[in-house]
Design a binder for this molecule. Structure first.
Ligand code: ADP
Length: 628
């Protein structure tokens, strides 16, 4: 974000703030009601004390009537007790709703759902990811963005109630005249004197927050540097935590980067831009802002005391008027400060909305997929070509192919030949640049996406499991069918391991969420991922390098039970290890995005000079020399 350099009209700022407010209000209406009520009670409470204390002091310093004193004490205590009680109840209600994690959760949830619902090509694009990282960083670190609107709303209400309460309690200060025999103090009754005081009040009230906003804007100008510094701080702060990186850090002494590259020193240190601002413009503006309001406080004291000295009101009212005017001025200043703050927040809101408004360009159909118990679905690639967004080179070129039901199909080829891209198109993570993909003769774009995907189970190469139980991971759901999960585990060859786990299928994986979590090897993770794909009971089972993380024995084990795993599904294997695919009915060889050969293992080997035999011989040589 270009911060201050970016110009924005107030109309635009208001529009962005209103939109953020309505997002919060729509998502969390109860919080807005409870906050309003709490702010009202919170502001009213000190005014009750202020008003009745003044009454008591006046009575004590004046007529000292016993009954009246008792009556006022009773009213004061009752009013305070009632307001305190209601405030405590409302506070509980509000704080349960507005608990920090709750607000944080709503923010994250909104961003998370956006990420999930946007076109995959956008979700994985570096632009959208960078935008989201920036939004999350600013919101976590400086509390700017949509979340800020809630804080501002609370502060706005408190300031408004403070202002109104102050006005009500200080009206009589201006109305009650100094006694005629008070000498030169009589001039305080002159309308010009009131006008002067009013102007002073307005001037200071405007001046102080204006200075404060100048200070805040300086921070906006350092936005880029501070953001970078904060990122490095987070990165280096977690470098030695027990994650996969910690081992490398120890072995290679990578912590040295911290002192050698340390931009934190530059961005937050004594010579940084923000430090220079603090010593200069920003520091002076903030200090002047505080000083101006103090000077004003002194003048109010003087005015009120002089009027009391002149006999306009009793000594007790001095505390009431000073308290009321100070609160009124504080309220007004806060309102103005909030206007400035909302203006600054508008720049961050614009960025957040840029992320939330990323449009979905892929066509979303609504057709349902016919549910077939015989799993007799036919998928066809018809002249499909594909280029990744922003690239000129075709990752897939003119692919035409039909899957026969119940078949075991293998896609082989060197790395980068287009195998995974083929699967991504099949799963409609991208649409073909040219050509079409059909399910039962209908373009897959016309189907409802969830419906369409229910036909497929995929184990991607870089699958991820969660720190939940084995069973929950297999079912991809908190509640799962124990028997079905057990049967999938058995077929994937993972049941013996589950049997040794302390809680069986209910054993939690990893230690992210609990100390009792169990760490598992890459091969075991892969078996769970295979079991997860089987649990879905879909018509197509797609395994992208299913045995990449397995040792030779485990790999052999998986292949010997493949028929059991696949059952009556259509299976598609992707591998660059040709030996893994020999058992398939049909092998398709990819090379530089094109299908160059198709046939059974034996038939393909017979084709001398073909890509398959070239790869096969190269890999066979590798294994031979490796073994010798
Ligand atoms: P394989 O699975 O056979 O190893 P891929 O399908 O992953 O090959 O990649 C095919 C080609 O597409 C490669 O040249 C790769 O660099 C490119 N590619 C893969 N993913 C992306 C992406 N997200 N953006 C741009 N190019 C990509």
């Amino acid at each position: 974000m270009s911060g201050e350099n970016e110009k924005m009209t107030w109309k635009e700022k208001v529009r962005l703030n209103r939109r953020a407010f309505s997002i919060w209000y729509r998502e969390y209406p109860a919080l807005f009601v409870s906050t309003a009520l709490y702010s009202l009670l919170n502001t009213v409470f000190p005014y009750i004390t202020l008003y009745f204390s003044a009454q008591l002091l006046n009575e004590l310093a004046g007529a000292r009537r016993k009954e009246l004193l008792i009556q006022k004490i009773v009213i004061l205590l009752t009013a305070e007790a009632v307001v305190l009680l209601i405030r405590a109840v409302v506070f509980r209600w509000k704080s349960v709703l507005s608990d920090w994690t709750c607000i944080y959760f709503y923010d994250r949830k909104r961003q998370f759902y956006k990420l999930l619902s946007m076109d995959f090509c956008d979700a994985e694009s570096s632009g959208a990811q960078a935008l989201l990282r920036e939004v999350q960083q600013t919101s976590k670190w400086r509390n700017y963005g949509v979340r800020r609107v809630y804080t501002q709303y609370q502060e706005f209400l408190e300031a408004l109630f403070k202002l109104l309460g102050g006005i009500v309690l200080s009206v009589s200060l201006f109305r009650l005249p100094v006694r005629a025999d008070a000498g030169r103090l009589v001039m305080l009754n002159h309308p010009l004197c009131m006008l002067l005081l009013g102007l002073l009040l307005c001037g200071v009230t405007l001046f102080s927050p204006w200075l404060g906003t100048i200070g805040k804007k300086c921070v906006l100008q350092c936005d880029e540097e501070l953001k970078l510094g904060n990122r490095f701080f987070n990165f280096f702060g977690s470098l030695m935590s027990a994650d996969k990186r910690a081992l490398d850090v120890r072995l290679y002494g990578q912590e040295r980067f911290f002192t050698q590259l340390n931009p934190i020193q530059n961005d937050f240190g004594v010579d940084s831009k923000i430090a220079r601002f603090s010593r200069g413009r920003m520091g002076i503006a903030c200090a002047a802002s505080a000083a101006v309001s103090r000077i004003f406080g002194g003048l109010i004291y003087l005015f009120v005391c002089l009027k009391a000295w002149g006999g306009a009101f009793g000594v007790g009212s001095v505390t009431q008027y000073i308290g009321a005017i100070t609160a009124m001025s504080g309220g007004l200043a806060k309102l103005l400060e909030l206007v400035g703050d909302a203006g600054i927040n508008a720049f961050y809101l614009k960025r957040e909305f840029l992320f939330l408004d990323i449009p979905n360009r892929m066509y979303q159909g609504s057709l349902t997929v016919e549910k077939r118990s015989d799993k007799n679905y036919e998928v066809e690639f018809r002249n499909v070509s594909f280029r990744y967004p922003g690239t000129e080179v075709y990752a897939l070129k003119n692919i035409s192919l039909k899957f026969k039901v119940g078949e075991r199909l293998a896609l082989v080829g060197q790395n980068g030949s287009g195998k995974t891209t083929f699967i991504k198109l099949l799963c409609r993570l991208y649409d073909p640049t040219e050509g079409e993909i059909l399910l039962n003769g209908i373009d897959i774009r016309k189907y409802d996406y969830q419906e369409y995907m229910s036909v497929f189970s995929v184990v991607f190469q870089d699958f991820q499991l969660l720190a939940y139980s084995v069973g929950q991971n297999i079912a991809a759901c908190a509640v799962y069918d124990q028997e079905r999960a057990e049967s999938c585990c058995k077929k994937a060859g993972f049941w013996e391991r589950v049997a040794t786990m302390p809680e069986g299928l209910d054993t939690i994986l990893y230690k992210n969420l609990t100390e009792d979590g169990v760490e598992i090897s890459g091969g075991e993770e892969q078996k769970i991922a295979i079991a997860r794909a089987m649990y879905r009971e879909s018509a197509f089972l797609i395994l992208d390098e299913p045995t990449a993380a397995l040792d030779p024995i485990a790999e052999y084990e998986i292949y010997t039970r493949l028929n059991q795993i696949v059952e009556d599904r259509t299976a598609i294997y992707i591998s660059h290890r040709l030996s893994s695919c020999r058992f398939c009915d049909e092998i398709i060889v990819f090379h530089e995005g094109s299908m160059v050969q198709q046939g059974s293992h034996e038939a393909l080997l017979m084709q001398e000079g073909g890509k398959y035999s070239e790869l096969w011989n190269a890999q066979a040589q590798y294994y031979v020399s490796d073994a010798s």
